[in-house]
Design a protein. Structure first.
Length: 165
């Protein structure tokens, strides 16, 4: 049976930790699908800390764009994160929202448990930077798209999970 869970919240709100805990409750051998592109040393260190937190029970996959290349039929998977994935789409496509939606739909066809991690970035003021505004819109629209398809949505606030849906 297919199940889609979305965990959202601000930076350092505990989203990834919650997703990993949930995955380990549901499976003894979950998948961690990382969407990050390593831009600099600071980000490389951030990724290393995430990897260090996971043990040998995890199957680790790194994929920047084409999530559907990986068939997760019957598996429990944490996809971390939609924000970084959308950043990659923004750089790779003139139509990132349509491309991301199509790839999301293709990826989530197989029966699996998908635990998506994403950021809520549009809660502050409107940026004066056009690219930031474009990305905030892209993120918000994609979060809405996934939330509509999700069976469960959890908002992380200061490390506390709040069930939204």
């Amino acid at each position: 049976m297919k199940r889609i869970i979305l965990i959202t919240g601000g930076q350092r709100s505990g989203k990834s930790t919650k997703a990993e805990e949930l995955a380990l409750q549901l499976s003894t051998n979950p998948v961690y699908l990382a969407t990050a592109h390593i831009w600099d040393d600071e980000f490389r260190e951030r990724v290393r800390k995430h990897q260090e937190r996971r043990g040998p029970e995890w199957t680790n996959i790194e994929e920047e764009l084409q999530l559907s290349k990986h068939n997760l039929e019957g598996r429990v998977a944490v996809i971390d994160c939609i924000t970084l994935w959308l950043t990659n789409w923004l750089q790779a496509s003139n139509n990132p929202l349509d491309k991301a939606k199509a790839e999301f739909d293709k990826f989530t066809v197989p029966d699996a448990t998908y635990i998506f991690v994403t950021n809520e970035i549009g809660s502050g003021g409107t940026s004066t930077n056009a690219l930031q505004r474009k990305f905030t819109d892209l993120q918000g629209w994609m979060n809405q798209y996934i939330a509509q398809k999700a069976d469960e949505v959890i908002l992380m606030v200061s490390g506390i999970p709040v069930k939204i849906k």
